[in-house]
Design a protein around this ligand. Structure first.
Ligand code: GAR
Length: 198
């Protein structure tokens, strides 16, 4: 498969996936990074691994209507013959045109056990803070298909972790991120092998 990763932040999941490609765990080629933030860590990582970067945001493409803006994404994804889109800390909503053209070919990782602690505004540290504030004893990660609504596509994989009395949002984030790095590549491999159907 040809993979495109979408990322906006530090890019540690992106790095983990690239490493899985480099060490032969994944058969797929990570061909492109799409980002809305040209200064994010993921862009630096792409340079380090020689992956092409496409920077796109409304600011970079002013004056386009929604359909035209969505078309820019789809054209770029088609140019790179992308089979699977992997969201890894991408903080923008996916354009409807992309969802339409890549139905069942977009996956996301979320740092909690969906359907709890998902939806608009629930990303990154906010998720872990909400989990700590709710005093739940279990959190984890979810890898799911992406559709038009935030965090509501079919769940492909979940892994739970215990939330200890002494945990705060930062310790919880660290624990879950370490698992994300392991299991995102694992799920992509299962998709490659047809064991997880998308
Ligand atoms: C990850 O924890 C990922 O699960 C989360 O953003 C972080 C990105 O970290 N995604 C969401 O919250 C999506 N709703 P990274 O840039 O170091 O990979």
């Amino acid at each position: 498969m040809n993979i495109c990763v979408f990322a906006s932040g530090g890019g540690s999941n992106f790095r983990a996936i690239l490493e899985s490609g480099r060490n032969g765990f994944l058969y797929s080629r990570i061909r492109l990074l799409i980002t809305n933030n040209s200064e994010c860590g993921a862009v630096e990582i792409a340079k380090e691994y020689g992956v092409d970067v496409f920077h796109i945001s409304r600011k970079v493409y002013p004056g386009l209507n929604d359909a035209e803006y969505g078309r820019v994404f789809v054209d770029k994804l088609n140019e790179y013959k992308i089979d699977l889109i992997v969201l890894a800390g991408y903080m923008k909503k996916i354009e409807p045109a992309v969802i339409k053209s890549f139905t069942n070919r977009i996956i996301n990782i979320h740092p909690a056990l969906l359907p709890s602690f998902g939806g608009k505004g629930m990303y990154g540290i906010n998720v872990h803070k909400a989990v700590i504030d709710a005093r739940v004893r279990v959190s984890g990660l979810t890898i799911h298909m992406v559709n038009e609504e935030y965090d509501s596509g079919r769940i492909l994989f979940q892994k739970s972790v215990e939330v200890n009395e002494t945990d705060n949002e930062y310790t919880l984030q660290k624990k879950i991120l370490a698992l994300e790095h392991k299991y995102y590549s694992y799920v992509i491999k299962k998709i490659e092998e047809g064991e997880i159907g998308i």
